[in-house]
Each structure stands twice: as structure tokens, then as C-alpha cells.
Design a protein around this ligand. Sequence first.
Ligand SMILES: CC(=O)N[C@H]1[C@@H](OP(=O)(O)OP(=O)(O)OC[C@H]2O[C@@H](n3ccc(=O)[nH]c3=O)[C@H](O)[C@@H]2O)O[C@H](CO)[C@@H](O)[C@@H]1O[C@H](C)C(=O)N[C@@H](C)C(=O)N[C@H](CCC(=O)O)C(=O)O
Ligand SMILES: Nc1ncnc2c1ncn2[C@@H]1O[C@H](COP(=O)(O)OP(=O)(O)OP(=O)(O)O)[C@@H](O)[C@H]1O
Ligand SMILES: N[C@H](CCC[C@H](N)C(=O)O)C(=O)O
Ligand SMILES: [Mg+2]
Length: 486
Amino acid sequence: MKSLSQLLSPLMVEEIIGSDDKIITDVVSDSRKVTTGSLFVAVRGTTVDGHSFIPLLQYSGVAAIVCEEFPEFIESSITYIKVSDSAVALGYLASEWWDNPSRKLNLVGVTGTNGKTTTATLIYEMARLMGYKAGLLSTVCNYVEDEAIPTNQTTPDPLTINALLHRMVEAGCDYASMEVSSHAAHQHRIAGLHFAGGVFSNLTRDHLDYHKTVEAYLAAKKSFFDGLPSTAFALTNIDDKVGEVIVQNTKARKYTYSLRSRADFTGRIIESRLDGTTMSFNGRDVEVLFTGKFNAYNLTAVYGVSILLGWPLEEVLVGMSRLVPVAGRFQAFHSPKGYTAIVDYAHTPDAVVNVLQAIREVIGNRGSIITVVGAGGNRDKGKRPIMAREAALRSDRLILTSDNPRFEEPGDILRDMEEGLDIEGRKKSLSIVDRREAIRAAAAFAQPGDVILIAGKGHEDYQEIKGVKHHFDDREVVKEVFACES
Ligand SMILES: CC(=O)N[C@H]1[C@@H](OP(=O)(O)OP(=O)(O)OC[C@H]2O[C@@H](n3ccc(=O)[nH]c3=O)[C@H](O)[C@@H]2O)O[C@H](CO)[C@@H](O)[C@@H]1O[C@H](C)C(=O)N[C@@H](C)C(=O)N[C@H](CCC(=O)O)C(=O)O
Ligand SMILES: Nc1ncnc2c1ncn2[C@@H]1O[C@H](COP(=O)(O)OP(=O)(O)OP(=O)(O)O)[C@@H](O)[C@H]1O
Ligand SMILES: N[C@H](CCC[C@H](N)C(=O)O)C(=O)O
Ligand SMILES: [Mg+2]
């Protein structure tokens, strides 16, 4: 319980009707969760406007309502608080409700199209290798120290974020890392959070169904850096074409990382293998358990964050060699017949290109690449033909298949993908709606030395069809198929 006046203290209140001398029992942004004494925040959403539920709350026992517009009918027992942006207010209220946990932790946010989960997870792992207690908010799973808390969002809503950060504080954590998705930045889910640092990985096309233009997508990501305090660091990938733009208006201390040019933190690949890479960080050689240039970028960012957080260099270098890949990210399985399957979460054109380049760099012309890939339903349609084209260009054989068709017809998605194939591409590809059959077919084509890339689902253990998540796990299917061969 908290006093209303305390909760409102960080907000820029425009107008208030009623008393702020009240005790609040809960803060909610969903009218269905209102209980006696709660504070309801009316947020304008993508499907409904939270303001439309205010009239229904008249006799609900709600104590106060934060909104952008006062309702026509004012109920005398309720305090109405007008703010310019309820979504921003919700962020600050959530922080205040949970005693500002982000100020009690060193919180690092990671944004960019690809590499957020990997980088954020490795920062969390590194903090623990350094002997600290730490927490993580990520697409795959949230963690408070060792305790896994399942999630279905990359960046949850502000109340959930702060509740989780509060649990981390209670558990004695010193560090936390989190992914900052573009949706979250745009919807102000991170408003009110105090970051010790921010990391930018890269920007390529994704989520244009939501943001509409690449400019708007960039603006959403940039807003995270614009909001960092001067005490924070902003670490950016200057090899990316928007790496400098993204931090141009930040108040934070700027640092750069790169695999190609001079930067505060440089990573260099010395030798790549399917099971690891010899790399150097600012000139110091380390054996890492990761493959691919994209992972070299992620690791260089993690190295930079570690140094910026003040961890000792020698321990950080040992830590780099001990970090292990994240579930479903370039996860390799070896068949008794002598070929390898790699399950990877690549679900954007850029990620598909990167992962295929990484495989080709390692196997050279000693083996063929067979790619199994789909594209999600009810998501950015523009990326479908590009993903198919890029996959065909870099594979010897391509099997297009389903990846969470959601409410679309799988056949329609496959046709959108096929549109991206030229004659050469069509010759080497086939479409199989059933993902299990597609993986089986790939295994049937494979010869010793070949690599099968199974892209798009990574750690996911479901296939989402018409609102129902059916159990499906690429890793399990691969093991099943390989077991039949032994
Ligand atoms: C499209 C989208 O991003 N939607 C997010 C958004 O919900 P919304 O704006 O659609 O909400 P709405 O249904 O219009 O409702 C508006 C308001 O009215 C309230 N309401 C609603 C109904 C009611 O009866 N009473 C009531 O008070 C709602 O609680 C809400 O406060 O705000 C919610 C709270 O923060 C999010 O959970 C929700 O994410 C949905 C579930 C989602 O699927 N989002 C995806 C696209 C997403 O966010 N993805 C990113 C990136 C993924 C990645 O690449 O890694 C992520 O961060 O997960
Ligand atoms: N730094 C990177 N640059 C380009 N591609 C990358 C990078 N890191 C990872 N990838 C590719 O993108 C896929 C997803 O990686 P990861 O889960 O770390 O990204 P993400 O940004 O968290 O994605 P999402 O937006 O879905 O949460 C990986 O499986 C890999 O194929
Ligand atoms: N967070 C991303 C993940 C996509 C993963 C892919 N398997 C798909 O379902 O499209 C999204 O929801 O767009
Ligand atoms: Mg992620």
C-alpha cells in the first residue's frame, strides 16, 4: 500500500479532481484487474482505448484514475488525475509502486534488430561469472538469479518489468540486463526505468507491420538512448550504418565497438569453427564457444559492457572463454551419419544471411548447406520473399516450411516466400507445409559433411496455429530424426 501523493510525486500532473490524500492498494492498467482501493491507469492501446473503460469503473471501488482526458461524468469518491501521456505515467507509477528497483540495480538495456537476447543473456551470465547476483529479462525466459520465470514477451509491460526487478532486488541482485524491444520503447514500457547503460546491436528490417517505416522503427530504438541519463554509458556498434545516429542525442557517455575499425572496444576473428572461434578483444586472444561474425559482434558488446561496468579485465577475458551459447541460437546437433544440423532463431532476412555466411565460412566448399526456413504469420509480410531469396542464394538446397502461421493460411505464406525466388532459386527449393516433414526431408538429402540449417524458431517449443500453440520443438525433431539413423 502506498499514499496516492507519493505515487504521483514523479509525474507531471496537469490537473487533478479530488483528493490525493488516499491510500492506494494496487496499480493496474487493465480495468478487469481493478479491486477496491486501486489506481487505474487508462492507456490508449493499439486495439482499444483504456479511457473507454472509465465509465464502467464508477462503482468498482477504484480509488483513483490516471488519464489523458477527464470523463464526462465525475464520481465524487474517485480522484481523477490528468497527464499528457498515460503510458509514460504508467512507467513512472510502476517504478514508484515497486520502490524504484531499477535505481537499486545496475540495469543494462540492449536494443537492436538482432542479437538482443544473446547479448542481454551473456551480460547476465558474465555478471554471475564475476561472482555477482544478477537477473535477466529476455525473449526466451526471465531470471532472478537461478529462478526461471517464463515469459511470452521480449520486454513486458511496466508493471511486470518493475515487479521482476523488485524480485531481483529482494534476492540481493546487483546487476540486471534486459532486452528493449522497439515495441516497448515506442509504447513507453521502459518509461521511469533508471539504466546504468544501453547497448545498440544493429538495425535491419523487422516489425514494419507495426512501425510502418524504417525511420519510425529507428526512432523507436533511438528514443531508448535519448532517454538515458548522463550517468549511464551508451555503447554502440559503429560498423552499423545507424550506429552513430542512434546515440547522437543521448546524454549518456558514448562508447563504440567494432569488428572492422578503430573503436573503444574491438573484436577480431582469428579462426572460425563450427564449435567455436579464436577471437581477440582489444588485442587479447580468447577461445570462445560461439560461431559466426554476428556472435563476434555480440561478444564484443558483452566485453565492452563488462569493462564499462568496471569488472577486472583479466577476469573478464577468462569469463569470455566460459560463456556458452543461448538456447536455440546456433545450437548444433551431430548426426551419426556425419552431417550436422544447426537450430537457429534467425527470423529476419539479415539474420538468415548472417547465419548462412557463418556456416559457409566454416565449411567452405567441403559440404553442402540445406536450409529449412519459414516466416511467421500475421507479421511483416515484406520480409518473406527477401528471406527466401537470401536463403536460396546461400544454400545448396532450400526447403520452405511453416513457422507459426498464426491466423494466416500456411500455403499463402509459402507463396509469399516463393515470390522472392528466381529460376535458379526455384530449381533448388521445395515447399513442405508440415515442418516435421520438412526437417525429415532435409535429413534425407544430407550427406556426410553437410550442414542443415533449421531457422526461425530457435528455442520456441510450439507451432502457433489459429490461436492455439501446438507443442513443436525443432531441437526435439532433429534428435528424433537422428535417433532413427543410429
Ligand atoms: C501490439 C502490441 O504491442 N500490443 C501490446 C500493448 O497492448 P495493446 O496496446 O494492444 O493493448 P489494448 O488491448 O489495445 O488495450 C489498451 C489498454 O486497455 C486496457 N484494457 C483492455 C481491455 C479491457 O477490458 N480493459 C482494459 O483496461 C489494456 O490493459 C491496455 O492497458 O501493450 C501491452 C502491455 O504492454 C502488451 O502486452 C501488448 O503486447 C502484445 C501482447 C504483443 O503481442 N506484442 C508484440 C507485438 C510485442 O510487443 N513484441 C515485442 C518484440 C518482439 C521481438 O521481436 O522480440 C515484445 O517486446 O515482446
Ligand atoms: N549481432 C547480430 N547480428 C545479426 N544477427 C544476429 C546477431 N545476433 C544474433 N543474430 C541472429 O539473430 C537470431 C536471433 O538472435 P537473438 O535472439 O539474440 O536476437 P533478438 O534481437 O533478441 O531477437 P528478437 O527480436 O526476436 O527478440 C539469432 O538466432 C541469429 O541468427
Ligand atoms: N518476437 C518475434 C519472433 C518471431 C519468431 C518467429 N518464429 C515467428 O513466429 O515469426 C515476433 O513475434 O515477431
Ligand atoms: Mg530477443
